[in-house]
Design a protein around this ligand. Structure first.
Ligand code: FNR
Length: 191
């Protein structure tokens, strides 16, 4: 069966290399039906706004993630951590308390950077949140994609043939297997 995957991209930039890698990951797998869930219009999380009538964009974001079978995070590193927009989206989705849309959802974390460290800091900052969010995150292969330049992508915005595309295809296959595994385990545990 196909898996419907919510992709959360940590960059708001039009030409984002993270967005392009995210789209490539989906294009390289025939069983991942992906939807990029936008985060750029989410007001900063404020519990005072989270009553009966929360901001429409919060509800839109929460519904999209709630309806997905898995979550793929693809993000740049900002100042050795995750971008504020991504952290805000996590905060929005995690509340109201007890109603987190992230809990138990299989996830993968991919960081993409033109720099040499491949977004390691952002990757692990996000993993720290995933522990508390109770998301089973794929551990291997790890995905710190460094030294990624604009010319890695073709006119269609997808990765050109080469070692990076091969690596992203491997990540994509592993994530599909991971979603299968967690789904099967959950069915067994929860009926
Ligand atoms: C960056 N960038 C960056 N890169 C990195 O590897 N480590 C870092 O800590 C930072 N810090 C940082 C802070 C801020 C505020 C910006 C705007 C950028 C560079 C970043 O990796 C680069 O701009 C990427 O191209 C961003 O990814 P997208 O937008 O192309 O997906």
């Amino acid at each position: 069966a196909n898996h419907n995957i919510a992709i959360i991209v940590g960059s708001l930039r039009d030409g984002s290399i993270n967005r392009k890698v995210a789209r490539s990951m989906c294009a390289l797998h025939d069983r991942l039906d992906c939807e990029i869930v936008e985060i750029g219009d989410l007001p900063l999380y404020n519990p005072d706004l989270d009553g009966k009538d929360p901001p429409a964009s919060w509800s839109r974001f929460r519904d999209a993630v709630r309806g997905a079978e898995g979550v793929l995070f693809v993000t740049p590193e900002y100042n050795r951590s995750m971008p504020g927009a991504l952290k805000n989206a996590i905060d929005v989705g995690s509340r109201p308390y007890g109603k987190s849309v992230f809990a138990k959802k299989p996830a993968a974390i991919v960081t993409v950077s033109p720099g040499a460290i491949g977004g390691f800091g952002a990757n692990h900052a996000l993993r720290q949140c995933a522990v508390f969010l109770d998301m089973p995150v794929m551990q291997q292969p790890e995905a710190y994609l460094g030294q990624v330049a604009e010319d890695a992508f073709g006119d269609d915005g997808l990765l050109k043939d080469g070692p990076l595309k091969d690596l992203v295809a491997k990540l994509s296959a592993a994530f599909g297997d991971w979603v299968d595994l967690i789904k099967a385990g959950r069915a067994k545990l929860l009926g």
